[in-house]
Design a binder for this molecule. Structure first.
Ligand SMILES: CC(C)(COP(=O)(O)OP(=O)(O)OC[C@H]1O[C@@H](n2cnc3c(N)ncnc32)[C@H](O)[C@@H]1OP(=O)(O)O)[C@@H](O)C(=O)NCCC(=O)NCCS
Length: 141
């Protein structure tokens, strides 16, 4: 299967917020997952065959042909079904079609192995925030 077998489409940033909150930061307030830059981002959702939003990702254009994705989450009960892989492959193609050079993310170290499978490498930039260890990861496009 490729991402073309999945129902992926642009969604308003506000439609990502409940998923971000539920999956990534349930211990924080619902408002805490709203980013100032959400209005500048491109947000994508993957919908299951029965039309339920199951995975979200937000993409932001940076300088010099760089893009960054943030707040990537698959609903807890839907993880491990290939939805996240499809969404990540989709945005890699999307960035390539924009002639972007590099795609990066601030990865939770718990997800680093996942990103390595898609060609991302760890940089030496690491930090701790909101109870999680992060490593900046990037991939040439
Ligand atoms: C990371 C995440 C978005 C992946 O979405 P998903 O829909 O579960 O991904 P997939 O089903 O496509 O997983 C593909 C493979 O990666 C594996 N995988 C998923 N999450 C992983 C992780 N954190 N570390 C290592 N492997 C992982 C799956 O087990 C699966 O393996 P398989 O192909 O051998 O069965 C999802 O697990 C998630 O929302 N996690 C919590 C929030 C989070 O950590 N977000 C990323 C912040 S940087």
């Amino acid at each position: 299967m490729t991402y073309k077998d999945f129902n992926i489409k642009p969604i308003p940033g506000s439609q990502t917020w409940p998923m971000r909150h539920r999956v990534m930061y349930p211990e924080m307030s619902p408002e805490s997952v709203i980013l100032d830059e959400d209005t500048q981002g491109i947000h994508f959702g993957l919908f299951s065959p029965d039309g339920k939003l199951v995975s979200v990702i937000s993409l932001f254009e940076r300088e010099n042909g760089h893009y960054q994705f943030r707040k990537f989450a698959t609903d807890t009960s839907e993880q491990g079904k290939g939805y996240g892989s499809a969404l990540l492959s989709y945005i890699i193609d999307f960035c390539q079609a924009k002639n972007a050079r590099v795609l990066r993310c601030n990865a939770r170290t718990s997800a680093s192995a996942f990103y390595k499978r898609y060609g991302f490498r760890e940089t030496d930039i690491t930090y701790f925030k909101d109870g999680h260890d992060f490593v900046v990861m990037e991939r040439e496009l």
